[in-house]
Ligand binder design. Structure first.
Ligand code: HPA
Ligand code: MG
Length: 233
């Protein structure tokens, strides 16, 4: 049975910034709060329960996709640990990390192919693994990939191909957010926190050019924020 998720409607403008505590340095750069931290926390608790129930007695390896996935990952792991010590059912959990860089096809070919190993080139033509443990360690394991957001789904599809190549026992994906966009390649994760409108969201480790990771709530960036933190001058 497909798991449920919280759908945030296109007409839902969330909460005014003034209703929550926002760091002074970001006050001018955001439009509204889309998902308050408390709601993220409660939804994460339920996803943790679903995971423990689904995996039963099988040990798993949580694979955190850095950097954006780190908050969801640590909170999810905390909640799985709470369940593990408070119930008769528990799931043994190891942790692993991976950092990816995705390229648009054109700049991948022109500027980055020299850095990519031959296996990665053949398996995933536009993602590069730029950090983390050796993927070979996942061979024969039940892997739970933990991601912050699925947008087009392209990065995740390529990551899954790469993971399959090392021969895991199983692979499941938990993504805190899934964006509603017509550009999605048709990929849906196994566990979804929230389905969100096609807007650029930041906070709770999601960034815009490395800014806003230090924002507690998930918010929608405004034009001022995009301009201020743009890498183009
Ligand atoms: N915010 C942050 N990172 C992202 C987004 C987003 O809306 N979409 C894809 N990566
Ligand atoms: Mg991500």
């Amino acid at each position: 049975m497909a798991k449920s998720f919280i759908r945030i409607d296109d007409n839902d403008h969330g909460y005014a910034l003034a209703q929550f505590c926002i760091p002074k340095h970001y006050e001018e750069d955001l439009d509204h709060v889309l998902i308050p931290a408390g709601l993220i926390n409660d939804r994460t608790e339920r996803i943790a329960r679903d995971i423990v129930e689904d995996f039963g007695h099988e040990p798993i390896v949580g694979l955190c996709v850095l950097k954006g996935g780190y908050k969801f990952f640590t909170d999810l792991v905390d909640k799985i640990q709470i369940l593990n010590r408070n119930s008769r059912q528990s799931v043994q959990l190891a942790v692993d990390f991976i950092r990816l860089k995705s390229y648009v096809k054109s700049d991948f070919i022109s500027s980055s192919s020299a850095n990519v190993s031959s296996t990665e080139t053949s398996l995933a033509s536009s993602i590069e693994v730029i950090g983390g443990d050796n993927l070979e360690n996942l061979k024969g394991k039940n892997v739970l990939v933990v991601e912050d957001i699925i947008d087009t789904g392209r990065t995740m599809k390529q990551l899954l191909e790469l993971l399959e190549s090392v021969g895991p026992k199983s692979v499941k994906v938990a993504s805190l957010l899934v964006k509603r966009t017509k550009d999605n390649v048709g990929y849906r994760p196994d566990y979804i926190g929230f389905e969100v409108p096609n807007l650029f969201v930041v906070g709770y480790a999601l960034d815009f050019n490395e800014y806003f990771r230090d924002l507690t709530h998930i918010c929608v960036i405004n034009e001022n924020g995009k301009k201020k933190y743009s890498t183009k001058s």
